[in-house]
Design a protein around this ligand. Sequence first.
Ligand code: BGC
Length: 580
Amino acid sequence: MRNLVEIYLYFALIVVTTSDKKVTDKSWWQTASFYQIYPRSFKDSDGDGIGDIKGITQQLSYLKEIGIDATWLSPVFKSPMADFGYDVADFTEIDPIFGTMADFDELMEKSKEIGVKIILDFVPNHTSDEHEWFIKSVQNDTEYADYYVWHPGKVTENGTRIPPTNWISVFRGSMWTWNENRQAYYLHQFHYKQPDLNYYNPKVREAMKDVLRFWVRKGVAGFRIDAVPHIYEVAPDSDGNWPDEPRNYWENDLEDYNSLQHIYTKDQPETLEMVYEFREVMNELDEELGGYQHIILSEAYTDIDILMQYYGNTTVDGAHIPFNFELLSNLKSWSDANHYSQLIHNWLDSMPAGRTANWVLGNHDQSRIGTRLGWERIDMINVMLKTLPGASITYQGEEIGMTDVWISWENTVDPQGCQSSMQEYERLSRDPARTPFQWNDEHQAGFTDGNTTWLPLHANYKTLNLKRERGISFSHLNIYKQLQKLRREKAMRYGETDVMAFNRNVLAIKRYLSGERTFIVLLNINDDYEAVNPKAAFIDLTDKLEYILTTDKSIRQKGDRVSSDYIELLSKEAVILATI
Ligand code: BGC
């Protein structure tokens, strides 16, 4: 058995090394633990069943408790809530559902007091159709007429007016909606209540940069930038027309976004330039305000080659953190260790020199980790997230192991679900991952004093909640907290990284830095018992290793010592060991 393991190791090694020469001169965000708050579902302070800013302020110390450096908030701006805040009616006003500007200022105060930075969601692609700019654009107001993308449409032989192109919106159906007042179609990559801004208009670009300036001057640490690949469509030809997009014949439903290849509406080269311009604004603000670097985290589900360009190049900087969705989008419950390793390598091996890696395992648009990959893998995934190099991003509730809630068609509120059908909505609705945070086992899980919650609570909240997990030594929460402490170790923060699959089941991560203890992270992804030999796989390991972190799946305990050439792993066990 041992020999076989060793032989396998010699052939199966794929090692990557990230080298950071000046290891300790990193800016705050490069090794930060980020946490996404979905404000509607975090904490409700006024009993209306919807979370709010005061609720976040009340619970900000919880983020400190779990070692978070900065939290990014999904939108809290004035909005008719057609897409729950991603349809912004005023970029510099707080929506009354979430509170007031005074509440926001109080949150900023608290954030400074306890040292958890606040990052806002910046939605550049579109506004709400109730935004003043759009209302004026509909009226053909000279200043705002070209703020959005308008077209009179095409008239067919039988005299019917049809949209200018076949483009399909992300939320299904035509990307064009007719406006009676302006007698023209407007473009919307998402919901019809989210008209797209026209980025070929320099006034739009400047107005949106002003939004960034406004909030940074109010003290925020930066922005998560929403739906970046959609910012630009191809420029119209000299007659003001656009080409149709080609079909994807594997999708028969012509109303479905997947039925077209989005060669004219996604990932246009101008989009990258825009990211670089947003970064320039951040750099200017850094200079104006001093203190620390203000950052951008860009959201883009796109090819890794394009994502690497989001970072910038040798002459220009781009996003500090282009979200890395490799693991989030591609890991499946049946993925083996080679797949895990390959996905991690995809990012690390493609990154331009001197850039910072990041790892995102969940967000408000995706099914939760425990549902997607299996609840037995919750700790293992958090172990991986927290021991890979660079920044880690946790979606609220993943640290206590919350899972998706099944929501009936009648109770579905997410527009992406509602715009589909009773047969299709479960594949599309994002409601299941957006249910209220489970604070305790009391009334409404401690989320609200009211009698309703905007989405149903998970039925398991009596046993799965923060309060209870605080008292259980091997709870998801306490594993997470231990991981956060470990992240402060120099080797974890500044060290180099080797990642490899020992075999189909075991993923290994080595973190090391000269003069520091080396850490070996082992994940046994499946149910087989495994025995592995890290000593043969990694150079410079001591003969003995010490268990630094174990989970409820382990027989070994923290502090136990073991030979570094023979380490047994039980079903779905994740452990961290250190050289002695
Ligand atoms: C956000 C979604 C939102 C969409 C449109 C995204 O990528 O994360 O929640 O529906 O942008 O703004």
